[in-house]
Design a protein around this ligand. Structure first.
Ligand code: GLC
Ligand code: CA
Length: 560
């Protein structure tokens, strides 16, 4: 079971914007059930649901009020059970988001802890005394501003590394860990197939909460004081013993700013912690030193950087025997075709090229809703912004970094997480077929052109290509578990590698540029073409010219 999950293809659903099943403008579980056939047809084996638990939604579900109930916007527990049943009937496994680095400040644990310093729940969180009239230390929140929020008691603060309403859980308290493990078992017993663990490398904080770089002015990113600290490995080993190892599930960690050595311990094949981890070096390419809202470099990236990052992780994952979740798209990052491809003239070709990379890399591939039809970024009017991070960044950029409002607005519009959270575009009808009423969030104006229905009827359908690619992956073990070796490494535009098992070698050639790429690959002569994103491709010659974003997947030697 685990092996099947590891070798499958995961589709991430951000439920609020996937499909509205009851006509209130908000995506929900009924809507997901309606689309299971669509996912099964694509060849998806697993879905990962972003949080569907009860939540006040300051961070759209990543602030959980009750781990045991379904957000009424999404339906009921009966709807959830039905989803599991219907997914199983189509051989689709369901992985839930697990957000246990923090809870909402509306969680009963926190309500009790906050009201009463003697509450048994006080030690579920980090309450600390202020310092010199301010917060206990100079740590910055991952969304900007102080990482501490005032508690009702005088000169008392509580740690909130994300929004001020997401209160960090104190994992040093064994009662916290046992409550979490019990909750995880409860969901696994219900028939889910695993968890994607939010911010899981941040669960251990430096016990003394020292200032980060005390000589520096202003709030500082606490990095080594909060990230991949020693006990985080112990806690996950314990979680594995007490919960994960008792089931044959898929356990995926979000590795915030993680480096290969850390991932090797979290998702190492012989480490008995997690199965997979995400790293973010690929999607963070071109960010300035202060992160994605750092306007100085404005998302400049190059193909050689893309290649270097990709191969560095791929080679580390094989050499150090850990497993990666491979992705270019999720609910926290804009659309890859706009970021790494060309969302105008070569939208179809480049969307297919990028998906080829994700689906042929070593590790488990993740597709995010809308990626399979090449959904794009667009300029979202400030009045339509929904995401806390974006709204907060707009003011932090102005107040702390003295960026003029019109520049701050542009930066936010360029990188906001809202870009990936607009409603899924199903057809050219009203509200893109997402809902029968005006949705909770603005729809991309290109919906009449870019949608599932139009794409499926197009001779160069991205959707059909993804389907073929997934089928190819299922057919060729080399694409699922074969070793990956870079080729043509110094080519400035071509991303190329082989995947091999003892039986066969497949070659993946991807032109990442919006102009033709010329190269020599004598080994390709006499090979069999398995898949291309351009029609009517002839045989490979020693010297080749690939069209913009052209992809070919070859099998070396004659076809059998
Ligand atoms: C993770 C989630 C993100 C969320 C944050 C806090 O990074 O992917 O959406 O805002 O954790 O829970
Ligand atoms: Ca709904």
């Amino acid at each position: 079971m685990k092996q099947q999950l590891l070798e499958g293809v995961v589709y991430q659903i951000w439920p609020r914007s996937f499909k509205d099943g009851n006509g209130d403008g908000i995506g929900d579980l009924k809507g997901i059930i309606e689309k299971l056939d669509y996912l099964a047809d694509l060849g998806i084996t697993t879905i990962w649901l972003s949080p569907i638990y009860a939540s006040p939604d300051t961070d759209y579900g990543y602030d959980i009020r009750d781990y045991y109930s379904i957000h009424p916007d999404f339906g009921t527990m009966a709807d959830f059970d039905e989803l599991i049943r219907q997914a199983k009937a189509r051989h689709i496994a369901v992985v839930m988001d697990l957000v246990v680095s923090h809870t909402s400040d509306q969680h009963p644990w926190f309500l009790s802890a906050k009201a009463d310093p003697n509450s048994p729940y006080r030690n579920y969180y980090f309450f600390r005394q202020g310092k010199a009239g301010g917060p206990p230390n100079n740590w910055i929140s991952l969304f900007g501003g102080s990482a501490w929020t005032k508690a009702p008691q005088p000169d008392t603060y509580v740690l909130t590394l994300w929004t001020p309403t997401q209160v960090d859980l104190n994992w040093t308290n064994p009662a916290v860990r046992q409550d979490i493990y019990a909750m995880m078992r409860w969901w696994m017993d219900k028939g889910i197939a695993g968890f994607r663990m939010d911010a899981i490398n941040l669960i251990d904080k430096h016990p003394d909460f020292p200032d980060k770089d005390p000589h520096k002015k202003g709030y500082q990113f606490a990095d080594d004081l909060i990230r991949s600290r020693p006990l985080s490995y112990d806690y996950l080993a314990e979680m594995n013993r007490e919960v994960l190892s008792k089931y044959s599930g898929l356990y995926i960690g979000e590795g915030i700013l993680a480096k290969p050595d850390e991932v090797a311990r979290y998702s190492g094949i012989n480490e008995n912690r997690l199965d997979l981890m995400f790293h973010f070096d690929q999607v963070f390419l071109g960010n300035g030193p202060l992160g994605k809202y750092d306007f100085r470099k404005f998302y400049h990236w190059t193909i050689p950087q893309y290649k270097e990052t990709f191969f560095r992780w791929q080679l580390a994952s094989q050499a150090q025997q850990f497993r990666l979740g491979n992705f270019l798209s999720n609910h926290d990052n804009g659309r890859p075709v706009s970021r790494f491809g060309d969302d105008q003239r070569y939208r179809r070709e480049s969307a297919m090229a990028l998906l080829t990379n994700t689906l042929t890399a070593y590790g488990t591939p993740f597709i995010y809703q809308g990626e399979e039809i090449g959904m794009t970024n667009f300029t979202i009017d400030q009045a339509d912004w929904k995401d806390y991070e974006a709204i907060n960044a707009f003011s932090v950029l102005q107040s702390m970094m003295h960026v003029p409002a019109f520049v701050a607005r542009k930066i936010v519009q360029h990188v906001t997480r809202d870009l990936s959270r607009t409603p899924m575009q199903w057809d050219e009808g009203p509200y893109a077929g997402f809902s029968t009423v005006k949705p909770w969030m603005v729809i991309n104006p290109n919906a009449p052109k870019v949608n599932v229905k139009v794409d499926q009827g197009h001779p160069q359908s991205i959707h059909a290509y993804v389907k073929a690619l997934i089928a190819l992956r299922q057919k060729h073990e080399a694409l699922r578990s074969g070793s990956l070796t870079p080729i043509l490494e110094s080519h400035p535009h071509l991303l190329a590698y082989t995947r091999s098992t003892a039986e066969e070698t497949l070659v993946i050639l991807i032109n990442l540029a919006k102009h033709p790429a010329t190269f020599k690959y004598p080994e390709g002569e006499g090979s069999t073409l398995l898949l291309s994103n351009y029609p009517d491709r002839g045989p490979m010659m020693t010297k080749m010219v690939f069209a913009p974003y052209e992809v070919r997947i070859l099998k070396l030697g004659q076809s059998t």
